[in-house]
Unconditional design. Structure first.
Lengths: 248, 274
């Protein structure tokens, strides 16, 4: 049984240093509007406001919204990276966040060493990943390259390796920011097959993506974010059908 | 202002979240030692002699200091060489750990922003990594002791709890400096400058009695000397100064309390600062 619930979550980013003053002037002119919070001498930008969400087993949530609408911040808040200024986040179950493909990699180390390093950063112990190494190496089709330093890899090869390790052991809660865009078409299809099997074995999925097709296939619920607020939520087809606000 | 600023989380929540973070970090025995080892491999990858360079540097420095100072100080060269070698090995550990500590969360920014890994893992990893280097460098100590003809005394075992206390203090200080350095980016520069001065102000290569009675208080209140003294004196067959153990214990306790308060207060803010 896994669960993820957010109640009245607000997240602000503090602005330190000299930039805060010019940001205030900017705000007074109305450009940032309601997203700038000024409390005493502290200035902050509101990234998320009044987020209410409750996810349970079987929920596959699509996060949609324009760039800067708060999708990645919401994923990080769900993962526990950002503590909210107000509201609560409750998580139940092992949570994996696939936000960037490169977390934990060491360019000087071999592909094999990096399998373990990526695993460590995804919360997977070496003894859990050891039995899966052969399968990972085979799936990536890296062959002898697995013994070569990662800096000799192309971006696509590196992505394949990171993806294969990250999708080796399904967590209870999977938070994912779309990062499959870099790959070639051949890999996209392969990744799609692997990802489908992986997603099926997770209890809760939250996926942020600009690809309506991908979201329609993998998700059953949807949330549209606009300026850090939930603009609409409901069944995934319904959300994807909602046109983006004209003001965006 | 204070309450408004920290009103983001109730005090009880902050303490229990900090405790949960620390428990999660400490119990991940598969994680931080592996990350510490990976750091060491990464640092010396491609170098033929690898971390032997640090050990060689310490040995050569001890040799040079013995050559220059043993005569003027009027002490036996062998005993002084052992004194300086142990002092330098410990000093290197303290200096390096504290320098790295002021950056510990900043260099891990990518991990902290993208994964749910407990923050305390970063400080445990730093402590472990520096402990590995300390163990590596400590290999020259028995060689120097044998060469100097110093037989282990009955009290030599007290160096072991002394090292453990030092490691604990480094973990607490590392947490404190890490939090400070994440918020104020001048801290790393400040710490490295301070450590350079402290090297000369601490009896690492000079003898505490040579500073004179009038300035003796300076040595007696220097916590870094207290830690070096409780490890070094028993290994050289002597006993630490009367104030060294109490001072080391008091400093560790104070650092532990300060680190606990700072961690509870700032843990949730680190991801925003880095």
């Amino acid at each position: 049984m896994a669960g993820l619930s957010l109640q009245g979550v607000c997240v602000d980013f503090p602005i330190y240093h000299a930039s805060a003053r010019s940001m205030r002037r900017f705000a007074l002119q109305g450009a940032l509007g309601r997203r700038l919070r000024i409390a005493g001498r502290r200035t902050s930008v509101t990234a998320l406001a009044d987020i209410d969400l409750a996810l349970k087993d079987g929920d596959r949530l699509a996060l949609v919204g324009a760039n800067g609408s708060g999708k990645s911040t919401l994923l990080r808040t769900m993962a526990g990276v950002y503590a909210p200024r107000a509201g609560t986040v409750a998580r139940e179950g092992r949570c994996t966040a696939l936000l960037t493909p490169a977390t934990g990699i060491d360019p000087a180390a071999t592909g094999l060493d990096n399998i373990f390093l990526i695993g460590l950063h995804q919360g997977i112990a070496p003894r859990a990943i050891r039995p899966l190494v052969d399968e990972i190496v085979e799936w990536t089709e890296l062959g002898a390259f697995i013994g070569a330093p990662l800096r000799t890899y192309s971006a696509g090869m590196m992505l394949r390796l990171a993806f294969a390790v990250s999708t080796a052991i399904p967590p209870d809660i999977l938070l994912m920011d779309e990062w499959l865009g870099v790959a070639d078409a051949d890999f996209q299809l392969k990744a799609y097959v692997r990802m489908s099997a992986f997603v099926e074995r997770t209890r809760i999925l939250v996926l942020a993506s600009h690809s309506a097709d991908l979201l329609r296939i993998w998700c059953n619920r949807g949330v549209r974010l606009d300026s850090g607020r939930i603009a609409a939520q409901g069944e995934v087809g319904e959300i994807l059908g909602v046109p983006a606000p004209a003001a965006a | 202002m204070g309450t408004a600023r920290m009103g983001r989380q109730a005090p009880g929540t902050r303490w229990s979240e900090a405790a949960r973070d620390l428990r999660g970090g400490l119990s991940s025995l598969w994680l931080w030692p592996a990350l510490g080892w990976a750091d060491i491999r990464q640092r010396y990858s491609g170098a033929v002699l690898g971390s032997f360079w640090i050990t060689a540097n310490i040995a050569l420095m001890a040799l040079v200091l013995t050559f220059v100072f043993a005569g003027p100080l009027g002490v036996r060269a062998g005993g002084y060489a052992a004194y300086v070698t142990i002092g330098l090995v410990l000093w290197y550990f303290i200096q390096n750990a504290l320098n790295e500590a002021s950056n510990v969360f900043v260099v891990a920014a990518e991990t902290i922003r993208n994964t749910p890994m407990p923050l305390s893992v970063q400080v445990l990893r730093l402590t472990w990594r520096n402990l590995i280097v300390l163990a590596h460098n400590a290999a020259i100590v028995p060689l120097v002791l044998v060469a100097a003809g110093i037989a282990p005394a009955a009290t030599a075992w007290t160096a072991i709890p002394a090292v453990l206390l030092l490691v604990l203090a480094i973990f607490f200080a590392g947490m404190l400096l890490g939090l400070l350095g994440a918020r104020f980016r001048d801290v790393p520069q400040m710490v490295s400058n301070l450590m350079q001065l402290l090297f000369f102000l601490t009896p690492v290569f000079w003898l505490p009695q040579t500073i004179g009675a009038a300035r003796g208080w300076f040595v007696a209140t220097n916590p870094i000397f207290a830690f070096i003294d409780i490890v070094r004196a028993p290994l050289l067959g002597g006993v630490p100064a009367a104030g060294s153990w109490p001072l080391a214990l008091a400093v560790t306790a104070a650092a532990g309390i300060a680190a606990a308060f700072a961690f509870a207060a700032c843990r949730a803010r680190v991801a925003y600062w880095i």
